[in-house]
Design a protein around this ligand. Sequence first.
Ligand code: ADP
Length: 488
Amino acid sequence: MTPVTALSVASEIYPLIKTGGLADVAGALPSALLRHGITMRTLVPGYPAVMAGIESALPVHSFSMLFGGPARLLTAHKGNLELLVLDAPHLYNRPGSPYSAPDGKDWPDNAYRFAALARTAAEIGQGLVPSFVPDLVHAHDWQAGLTAAYLRYSGKPSPATVFTVHNLAFQGQFPRELLATLGLPPGAFSVDGVEYYGSIGYMKAGLQLSDRITTVSPAYALEIQGPEAGMGLDGLLRQRSAQLTGILNGIDEAVWNPATDKRITATYDLATLSARAANTRSVRELFDLSPDPDRLLLGVISRLSWQKGLDLLLEALPVLRAERIQLALLGAGDPDLEARFKAAAEAYPGEIGVMIGYDEDLAHLIQAGADALLVPSRFEPCGLTQLCALRYGAVPVVARVGGLSDTVVDANEMAIAAGVATGVQFSPVTGDMLSAALGKTRALFADRAAWQALQRNGMSADVSWRNPAQHYAQLYRSLLASRPRSNA
Ligand code: ADP
């Protein structure tokens, strides 16, 4: 096995900074790739949480001026993660989320903040850090989208490039007037380059200019080639479909393991499934739900946004109540959805419990205690919560879209008879179909043997990084074999 070195470029990475699934993927992929002979380092922005969390930081390069101020590149690590950190205080040292200010508005200089990330990635790809010259650069989502553009328009030999779409809905579009300030030549502003409907498209650039494109499930890879999920990029994706593959995400089995999880009330595994009940009791207590084990306890752990379809759950509340299903919802996001869920909890105490916020510990406890976990997304590139749910024996109830349809086996008659069902799917994604799915879930729950079979099948499914890492390794190697190693 020839060793391969790869630079991953990500705007968030677990456990240092996380707003969504991208962080989980960026955090877990490097160690999963090691057994395939691939050494991966990850370039991340030096947000306050990153600067505070890294270990043994050493400067390896300084920039006198990087988009408005001086900056340093540090090598560092966090646990097993090998990092390159772009310490640019004028771009990253501020409160709020990686993408938006505390008032929820996008940072006005996001174009520069993420151009700086991409340009640094490109320079590392071309030898900026002599001790680490990668064979391949793997960029994630729009924040890293310009990496391939900086490589392409530098005119210098470049490493191989892979671009992964975690969510096509966030595309990073900025005014064309920025082109020169971004350090891109006029020729880059073309339909074969970074131009996107008259603007500069960061996601577009990554899709257009990278050697290979991946997205995070086979179903989403197909969906984004159509007009609805393609969100303006479907034409380009159809053109490049020979370079596009879907590779499912896994979950980090060390972080998500009900047999060893320190964040839950009682640990358990397939052989001790009944111990799970202690977690269910804890969830009921925390969410002020009545202690009635005969009622189905439905969990939700989600960003509250249109994508996640939780407005449909509000529509389905009458059915939820008629089926005597209890709800424990942990989520944050859209203020209107937050207010409506809080109002529902006030209206139906003991039945509906809502916690607004982001809480990793509570997310683990809900996975360990809920009977079922609901993910009614309108679109879902891969989805991680349903994978955690499978592993924790919370039966996933999901919309039949994207990665949800690839990872949950619907409990239809055939799948039940074959002993392979792991959850409930519904389609189309409407309040009525969600209501019907809740009725079906309740009926399955009433049959204890059938329910336990679903739980056991789910807990036995392989949701680890083993298969995905093998796919990425194959992709990297076939790409490297197909092109001259121009900077070797
Ligand atoms: P997305 O990246 O679109 O938000 P994913 O399902 O791919 O959705 O990943 C979401 C990740 O964030 C999961 O690991 C999930 O457990 C976590 N998560 C989402 N909302 C919350 C929350 N309110 N508190 C804790 N964890 C959350």
